[in-house]
Design a protein around this ligand. Sequence first.
Ligand code: HDE
Length: 737
Amino acid sequence: MDQRHPLPGRPGSEPPPLEEPTEPREPLPPKSDQSGPETVGPTGRATGADRAAMAQGGAHLTTAQGLRLPDTDHSLKAGPRGPVLLRDHHLREKITHFDHERIPERVVHARGAAAHGVFRGYGTAAGVTKAAFLAKDAETPVFVRFSTVLGSRGSADTVRDTRGFAVKFYTGEGVFDLVGNNIPVFFIQDAIKFPDVIHAGKPHPDREIPQAQSAHDTFWDFVSLHTEATHHTLWNMSDRGIPRSYRMMEGFGVHTFRLADASGGTTLVKFHWKPKLGAHSLVWEEAQIAGGADPDFHRRDLADAIEAGAFPQWELGIQTFPDTPDQTFAGIDLLDPTKIVPEELAPVQPIGLMTLNANPSNYFAETEQVAFHPGHLVPGIDVTDDPLLAGRLFSYLDTQISRLGGPNFAQIPVNRPHAPVNDMLRDGMHQTAVHRGVAPYRPNSLDGGCPFTAGADAGGYTEAPVEVPAAPRGREAPASFDDHFSQPRQFWLSLSPVEREHVIAAYTFELSKCYENTVKERVLRTLANIDPRLCEEVAHGLGLPAPEPSEPPAEVEPSPALSQVGQEWPVAGRVVGIVTGESGDLDSVRAVRQAVFYQGLVPLVIAPRGGVLEDGAGEPVTVQRTFANARSVEFDALLLAGAPAAGADAHGARDAKAGNGGAGAPVDPRVLLMTAEAYRHAKAVGGWSDAGRVWEAAGIDPGAHGVVGGDNGRDVLDGVVRLLARHRVWDRFPATV
Ligand code: HDE
């Protein structure tokens, strides 16, 4: 973590002005975490922050036409009690603009959060692609938008769903978009079914419920009738469906892409993003609590981490496969987007590093208006004939024309290429460029023949000359697309026992929310084909008989890379809650808070009330959370500086002595709830002083793994940090499957 950034509470930062200024003055500068890349003009030239375009120049309030205004709080009326006059242009302009402030939300991936960053190439891809941004030490600005798929723009972040992972690289050769997900496979094999799967996943059309959920009849109806959806659905029901943080998600390009080198050689690849912090998840109860307590959980986590200087990083990697005519690898059809290639068969080779280092300054302008497209390619990167990808290549531009109000959205600052643009596209809604010349066609003799086309030697994009197999036209899929169960079974077999338990619980929960038994029974039949034990456990939970498999279980080897459990990861940016009472041992709180911070984690002090805690002996301790607003889900680990007594609350200490009360005082029930939840969610908990009273009152075995006690807070912290490296203390919950 960047030590220049002050601790939360920001003692070093300039306090915001509290009084309304009486003289005009410059607006506050952007916060340090919001210094995005320089704006680029429609022609590709850097413009700097274009204040006129920001409509925020000058000290005085104006109309949209620049007319200065003396008042914006009163409509123009015929006398103070008289009628409002229709001639009040300012009133009409202000309300009309407001009436049109909203644009249609994305039909899928409506809920998102984004950040700016930089990508640095390792140069290791040079043998397979001529893409210049992948060259050694080439630096490219990026904008990344993470999203859920099903929910509306205002839905909760922590729902069970696939997450979008869309990256825009502003390369010198044009924009390259890698529009991926956090799950490496997709529900369907052909884009023509996309409207169907989304209609099935979205809320029911009659009552428009449930919001942002797959736990309803139509979703399960669809996926059980399209068994090609089994693999993606299984990933959704696994821990991957509820990530801990956007910072701790893998990303996948899903489709197979084709790379081309300078001499025309081609290689098939799958793209992977590997988070430096490892891939980690919430537990289901935590996700549900967070959905209510903090619906912005992931959005906040990303912005806070960047603001604190804990910049999230991912390595971009590729799995490479020979570009053979059959486009298969180890018997796996590379054009089938319901299939992965296990990393043990084709290792992921790192080719660059992405660091997200700036928050957007304006959500609407950037995160909402950004437009990704899988067809935004650069020389050296090409698509394959995956039929899912073919439909996507049509869909994104099409949907953006209506979402962004016309065909000129590439001129919106966040979408502008950083390479020069000379496109002969003209006019249309929201045209902001003032084009010169008279001849936007080619060839021409009037504008000096410009623009000129570019061959490959001048950086022009040429499609790889791939042979198209001759075959009769028809609506059909290759026979290899019929294998719907072998890879789901491989995924299931690759999970650790605790991850399998989560899968069972997720299917049981989701199907228990369905009303139609026929739907549940059909899903059980698909589960039987994945694994009889999975099917039996879910059937038992639903109170239904377990059906027999319709085909023998596939013979597959587990792929250990698919499990998220078992390794150690950096703990940077993890959130540690430090619970203390009013009269707790503040010296230890100060020391532990500082130690947490210096380990690159985020310390949050939780006390009975807000403000600062003082003991007259040292620096006052700033309180970041109170017992009334903190919930365990916010913290990766919890530390107890003693046993805060009941009696003090957010409205002030009712009992002046409340705090870490005497030996007999009951522990504050909110601290008990927080601790019990953290324990139940397999988080590390630690405590010193009389924290043992909390374990006792919360029914926690002080000897259980992951419960760290001791006399010295720093030692307790060290023990907790060691546990955090494994994300959770899973072995506290011996699994049964
Ligand atoms: Fe998308 N998808 N998608 N998708 N998708 C959209 O484009 C579509 C698919 C993905 O943060 C839409 O601008 C079709 C796979 C992300 O702005 C739309 C098919 C993958 C985002 C669209 C797919 C994705 C979108 C909606 C089946 C992972 C959010 C708004 C053939 C590889 C991008 C928009 C952002 C968004 C169509 C399947 C990823 C409607 C037709 C597979 C991350 O055009």
